[in-house]
Design a protein around this ligand. Structure first.
Ligand SMILES: Cc1ncc(COP(=O)(O)O)c(C=O)c1O
Length: 390
């Protein structure tokens, strides 16, 4: 067994696809220390830069004093602290859904939804670039999986027509904003197909929540279709600067998940300080829309500057900026050059993204100053030019 493991690892190294961990320490909201050197963090999903916000830190500290460090029980036993009730009630209202159920994280929420709600007799139409948690949930469900081309509504429509005589229910599963490409799913068109063919929709708004829509409730708000999915998943570990995830739906689906979703039932509930942080973050977003405006000022600036310098940002729209290189080794070279210049940035390679689409992916966050953004843009441009990428 050990020899097989070693061979797999050395093969990963050969194709430039080997991963290792970098241990870091935050220095400020946007800066981290790695091996004693300071970097601008371009790999954080804390889009609203809330993870060091004083109101959130205060709420977490108060929860530590009042509730202790750990929860030490599952949700169905004594782990359903009153903080969960507050968060679930307020988040459901914010998102425009009847009910909400908080999970330990987005990966477990997605696995839970797909593995407990869909079964072998069902058909799942899934975007080819959906997140790993959705893919693994589908595998566990044993439903028939039909993959449609990325964001291609005509292809989805053809797939639905082809499968329409199959027994069982049909589901369309998609991320709202794709985590590695930053582009937006055609949710309005999917809604049209849902109504025409009586399908169910499951959407993952991990990267849209706290970013899109006037109040920051997510992509559905941005598109004017708030609360329209059958099941909506959102996370607290990205724009909200905390940890955990939520499933939003109707009361029966939520009760069903409480009774059937194994990753919900058989795990220790979240620590109180985490729940209090999510509640505080939600209150901040609800009461201060300038947070979202400031984030978008940065997003628009970076996008406009990079495009005018000749970068092809594809169809990406929000804070996730992909620079697709293709070749894994060249992508790693660019990443190393950027790291040397103080930008903490990741090379994203297969299997996270499809073969030949390796890329530098970075995120724009609210707390970057204009000087920091200019430095990022200038360094990206110079490094890409040096390697002949532009
Ligand atoms: C689209 C998408 N869905 C789900 C997840 C999982 O969420 P979490 O990090 O809370 O487990 C992620 C996070 O990486 C994601 O990008």
């Amino acid at each position: 067994m050990k020899e097989e493991i070693k061979t797999t690892l050395s093969n990963l190294k050969k194709v430039g696809n080997y991963r290792f961990l970098r241990y870091v320490k935050p220095k400020s909201t946007t800066k981290i220390l790695y091996n004693g050197k300071e970097y601008l963090n371009l790999s954080s999903n804390s889009y609203l830069s809330l993870h060091f916000h004083p109101a959130i830190l205060d709420a977490a500290r108060r929860a530590l004093d009042d509730y202790g460090a750990g929860n030490c029980s599952s949700r169905s036993l004594s782990g359903s602290l009153d903080l969960y009730r507050t968060l679930e009630k307020e988040f459901a209202t914010f998102k425009g859904y009847k009910r909400c159920l908080v999970f330990s994280n987005g990966f477990m929420a997605n696995i839970s939804i797909l593995a407990s709600i869909t079964g072998p007799e069902d058909t799942i139409f899934t975007d080819e670039l959906n997140h790993s948690s959705l893919i693994h949930g589908m595998r566990l469900s044993k439903a028939k999986k039909v993959i449609f081309r990325h964001r291609d509504i005509d292809h989805l429509h053809d797939c639905i027509k082809r499968e329409k005589n199959r027994n069982g229910r049909s589901f369309v599963v998609t991320e709202t904003i794709f985590s590695m490409d930053g582009d937006v799913a055609p949710l309005k068109e999917i809604l049209w197909l849902k109504e025409k063919y009586g399908l169910y929709t499951i959407i993952d708004d991990a990267h849209g929540t706290g970013v899109f829509g006037e109040t920051g409730s997510g992509i559905e708000e941005e598109l004017g279709i708030k609360g329209s999915a059958d099941i909506h998943m959102a996370t607290f570990g990205k724009a909200l600067g905390s940890y955990g995830a939520a499933v939003l739906s109707d009361p029966y689906t939520i009760r069903f998940l409480i009774n059937k979703a194994k990753p919900f039932m058989y795990t220790t509930a979240l620590p109180p300080s985490v729940l209090a942080s999510s509640i505080a973050a939600l209150n901040l977003i609800k009461n201060d829309t300038s947070l979202i405006k400031e984030l978008w000022r940065n997003i628009n600036y970076v996008r406009q500057q990079l495009s005018s310098l000749g970068f092809d940002l594809r169809e990406s729209k929000g804070p996730i900026v992909p620079i697709i290189i293709g070749n894994e080794k060249l992508t790693l070279k660019l990443q190393r050059l950027l790291m040397e210049k103080g930008l903490f940035i990741q090379a994203i390679r297969p299997p996270t993204v499809p073969p030949k689409t390796s890329r530098i992916r970075f995120t724009v966050v609210r707390a970057f100053t204009k000087e920091e953004l200019d430095y990022i843009i200038y360094t990206l441009f110079n490094s890409a030019k040096k390697l002949g990428i532009l």
